[in-house]
Design a binder for this molecule. Sequence first.
Ligand code: HAM
Length: 421
Amino acid sequence: MLTTGPRGTRDILPDSSGYWQYVESIIREVCQNFAYQEIRTPIFEHTELFLRGIGETTDIVEKEMYTFTDRGKRNITLRPENTAAVVRSYLENKLYAGPQPTKLYYIGPMFRYDRPQAGRYRQFHQFGVEAIGAQGPAIDAEIISLAVELLNRLGLNDLKLLINSVGCPVCRPVYRTKLQEFFRDKVSQLCTDCQSRYDRNPMRILDCKNETCIEYSQGAPHMVDCLCEVCSSHFTGLKELLSAAGINFIINPRLVRGLDYYTKTAFEIQYAPLGAQSAVCGGGRYDGLIEECGGQPTPGIGFAIGIERVLLALEKQELLPPLNTAIDVFVAPLGIELQAVAFQILTEIRRANITADMDYINRSLKAQMKYANKYPAKFVALIGQDELVQNKVMLKNMETGSQELINRAELVHMIIEGMEK
Ligand code: HAM
């Protein structure tokens, strides 16, 4: 137990944390281009927020939340997603008082008690974006184009953008009744989950992965054919905007997202080689969520991308950049009695903003050179008794093999000059 982490969690080790930093740097670059600002909300929230926000009949709320009572008897949940929390923060901090729309992004861990497998974890990381306070389809197009731009900049192609409209409180009840009519004489053939979905949330039957349910839902009516005028013209507007921007999409009338807050636009980006966990990005519009959380009626739209899944896709396509562990200087004291002076030299070098390290475990000269080469280090600064007495350092250029005895006072200057060559 002590040497094994909880199931569904993973350590991000030094040999891969550089890849995370790389992806995060591209995320920040794209968000800056699109004028989105970072928000950091807490890892845990009141459970009530997710019950109300995500919806009590969703798999996330019913089966997947990490919920506990804290020592003050509060009901707390580790965030399974961040949209509800961003909306809570938007209202609590009165972000609606600033210029609208409020355009936010976040990167961080989420927690779901899911069945772990490749690309699915219990602690995973999302990059998400939320634009709150704009009504028309242009902001939907911007949000979708941000997701596509990020994935393209990372070099991922072969992506499938699926879009749908899930309607609004005006047209969805009509569709819901139509769906129930369609499934009425098929309910007993559906899986047990879908039998309970029939009454509570029949649209979710369309999303079921069970083969029998997929078969029985063939020919089911489509939401896009039942949209009210407002939702229909919003969807048409979005399609026109995406086409104008040259963003390819596929309309998937069966796309039903697993969170209850969605209205109108719903979308997903899939990368097929990831197999069962092919969804790298999911999002949509949530025009009722802000009001549900206690605010004025305010429209919103966003998405989240699973960072682990993006990294898996980048690895599969060999798109991860080589990681650079090189340093400029390795300081090598020839004996434990020279450690203090070596440390003094190391400190001077680092203060000049030069990347440097030294030997801390009293290695032989040969072992120190081998260690320096592993980084690799561009220079090794050798300090032995002779050098100490003369107040000098032997500076070896590891690339050319040449070495030079130089005055300590000139060391930093010489290194900088050598680095520029
Ligand atoms: P979601 O579809 O539940 O949406 O999650 C978004 C993405 O997070 C998924 O497409 C997937 O890449 C990743 N993901 C989800 N669960 C796991 C898991 N167990 N392990 C690894 N990756 C996972 C949301 O969370 C919404 N909040 C998105 C949104 C933002 N909608 C509007 N604004």
